[in-house]
Design a protein around this ligand. Structure first.
Ligand SMILES: C[S@@+](CC[C@H](N)C(=O)[O-])C[C@H]1O[C@@H](n2cnc3c(N)ncnc32)[C@H](O)[C@@H]1O
Length: 202
């Protein structure tokens, strides 16, 4: 057993949290808001019909858009209520309940490696800090040699960008490109957000 994710601790404190989160994004979708920015960046990195892992997929916003673009998507999230919503709202991909710190998709019948791993929406900052290295190690283990992981999260959420990049390096992932937004603004030292495109080191 790994330490419980901070997200599930939040859910334990407030059992309505998952429903609130699902409904918030459903309302934005009904209002016609653009919820596919991260998916567009990842789609641009890939050949058609690529294998994509949506890590910490939540209700399937990013993986659903990538599946609609023709990719073969597997989504994994630790919150069963969000996986239920992903299955309802975005049928097609395989949406699996699981903790990223214990990720072993071949053991669950999903072939690896993946051409891309997308980890959007501050997932890294909702992990139990003790599991960050294991999660990044699992990303490396599930990534093709020519594949890339796109990981995005905000500053001021308890995980310094420098620490994250050091953890990624220790897990065998090195930066291919660092950005400060999902619409391709360059990363700067004072950026409030990081989108790290990581490749296997070596
Ligand atoms: C803010 S939500 C983002 C959801 C989705 N990636 C998106 O952008 O719409 C953060 C997600 O991280 C997931 N998460 C946190 N810790 C996790 C873990 N250890 N394993 C799998 N998912 C985790 C939560 O369950 C939650 O769905």
């Amino acid at each position: 057993m790994v330490e419980q994710s901070m997200w599930m601790r939040k859910v334990a404190d407030d059992p309505g949290h998952s429903t609130w989160y699902v409904e918030r994004f459903r309302a934005m979708a009904r209002a016609g808001e653009d919820l596919a920015g991260e998916a567009r960046l990842v789609d641009a990195m890939l050949p058609r019909g690529a294998r994509v892992l949506d890590a910490g997929c939540g209700p399937g916003r990013v993986g659903g858009a990538l599946a609609a673009a023709g990719h073969d998507v597997v989504g994994v999230d630790v919150d069963p209520a969000l996986i239920d919503a992903a299955r309802q709202d975005h049928p097609g991909p395989r949406w699996l309940v699981g903790d990223l710190a214990e990720l072993d998709l071949p053991a669950r019948g999903e072939s690896a490696p993946f051409d891309a791993i997308v980890c959007a929406g501050n997932v890294m900052t909702f992990l139990a800090p003790s599991t960050r290295g294991a999660v990044l190690g699992a990303f490396r283990a599930h990534l093709a040699e020519e594949g890339r992981a796109a990981v995005g999260f905000g500053a001021g959420r308890g995980y310094e960008f420098r620490e994250f990049l050091a953890d990624a390096a220790a897990a065998g992932l090195e930066p291919d490109l660092l950005l400060s937004t999902w619409d391709l603004r360059p990363f700067t030292e004072d950026a409030g957000f990081l989108v790290a495109l990581l490749r296997p080191a070596g």
